[in-house]
Design a protein around this ligand. Structure first.
Ligand code: GLU
Length: 421
């Protein structure tokens, strides 16, 4: 690995390219194909004028990057955050391509982002931003083109606004244009829990591999949002011991296992996990280094870097977030023999149930939750087994194996389609 500045190491697109290069070299892909795999198909930047509640007119910048549409429509979330960058959205879009290929669902990869701070905006302002953003990317989305979904700071309600805006222009309800919608608008049962549930499923499969008992498994989770919160709830119910929970403003520790229901209730009442009586407050930076069996980062990118990877004390790293680990940190984790369940596999439960939602919308026929969860399990376990078997066979780490499988699938699709020129 070349020496990189901290800024380069934590640039998501630099990481995304490094992972493509690594897997492509091992697969012996030719230079032309590598160039295709590293070049997003389309990148749209929109400037969105939005009247604020106080009467001022503000302009927000948004992106939609479609990294690949070779295996199917673009697929991926939209995030609202003050620090969104084009390089980040580009990386996240490419990760969606590889994620959909790892779990072998018929989508390409895309991602969107709007630079804004949802904490400073009213619901009405958020709705206007969402609708205007949708209107400005309308030509490049659609059930057969590119299907957005929730991501950081967006949710079912946001998806409802996108669906409605799109539908008003189409002159008919078009449910399959987005996934992660409310149930009443064609959402799928089990979608809200899907990413966290998928993380639990692959973790259980890893425990099985190591002959570890669920009751003895100590878990530290970073993030208490849709992914971390659901993973915590489902894993606690399954018998895991969640000994640490880390949020952006504090962390809480209980070696006997936190009562996740009580913690969620406390957060609902006070707005924070701090001051929770059922555990001890600890430093949020230090909490990552608690001795545990499973560390589950479920917040944001670049939390495990060359500066802290050496201090982790987990046996299994289950990446609920996208891009939590930098490529340099990967090498350190490999030396420490941490078993990594890479993001493009670990958090693929969300997009997998998004796929189910899209299928149900297009059929106009809805499944019960049991069916959703059992089909999700089938895909997650099969994908876990094929990634780990590939890693063992080719003597590479799990991340490299997942990328190799994904790149191979996308490359085959490119070759079968041929290049239209
Ligand atoms: N934002 C989620 C992800 O990063 C879900 C994407 C989707 O369902 O399309 O995987």
């Amino acid at each position: 690995m070349p020496i990189l500045s901290h800024e380069q190491e934590t640039n998501p697109w630099v990481s995304a390219e490094a992972r493509i290069d690594n897997a492509a070299a091992r697969l012996g892909l030719d230079e032309g194909i590598q160039k295709v795999l590293k070049s997003p198909t389309r990148e749209v930047t929109v400037n969105i004028p939005v009247p604020l509640d106080d009467g001022r007119l503000e302009v927000f910048t948004g992106y939609r990057v479609q990294h690949s549409m070779v295996r199917g429509p673009g697929k991926g979330g939209i995030r609202f955050a003050p620090d969104v960058t084009l390089d980040e959205v580009r990386a996240l879009a490419s990760w969606m391509t590889w994620k959909c290929a790892v779990v072998n669902i018929p989508f390409g990869g895309a991602k969107g982002g709007v630079i804004c701070d949802p904490a400073m905006l009213s619901d009405c302002e958020l709705e206007r931003i969402t609708r205007r953003y949708t209107a400005q990317i309308m030509d490049v989305i659609g059930p057969e083109v590119d299907v957005p979904a929730p991501d950081m700071n967006t949710n079912e309600r946001t998806m409802g606004w996108i669906m409605d805006t799109y539908a008003m222009h189409q002159r008919h309800a078009t449910t399959a244009v987005v996934t992660g919608k409310p149930m009443e608008l064609g959402g799928s049962r089990g979608r809200r829990e899907a990413t966290g549930r998928g993380c639990m499923m692959v973790t259980l499969q890893a425990l099985k591999k190591f002959g570890m008992a669920v009751e003895d498994t100590r878990v530290v989770i970073q993030g208490f949002g849709n992914v971390g919160g659901m993973a915590a709830k489902l894993m606690a119910a399954r018998g895991f011991r969640i000994i640490g929970l880390i949020e952006y403003d504090g962390a809480v520790y209980n070696p006997h296992g936190l009562d996740i229901g009580a913690l969620a209730e406390h957060r609902r009442e006070t707005g924070s996990i701090n001051e929770f009586q059922g555990g001890e407050a600890i430093d949020k930076h230090e909490a990552m280094f608690l001795e545990c069996d499973v560390l589950l980062p479920a917040a944001t990118e670049n939390v495990i870097t060359s500066t802290n990877a050496g201090r982790l004390r987990c046996r299994i790293l289950c990446e609920g977030a996208n891009g939590p680990t930098t490529p340099i940190a990967d090498e350190i984790l490999a030396d420490k023999k941490v078993f990594v369940i890479p993001d493009i596999l670990a958090n693929a439960g969300g997009v997998t149930v998004s796929y189910f939602e899209w299928v149900q919308d297009r059929q106009g026929f809805f499944w019960n939750e049991e069916l959703v969860n059992s089909r999700l399990e089938e895909i997650m376990l099969e994908s876990f087994d094929s990634v780990t078997a590939f890693a063992e066979k080719h003597k590479v780490d799990n991340r490299t194996a997942a990328y190799m499988l994904a790149l191979d699938r996308v490359t085959n699709a490119i070759k079968l389609r041929g290049i239209y020129a």
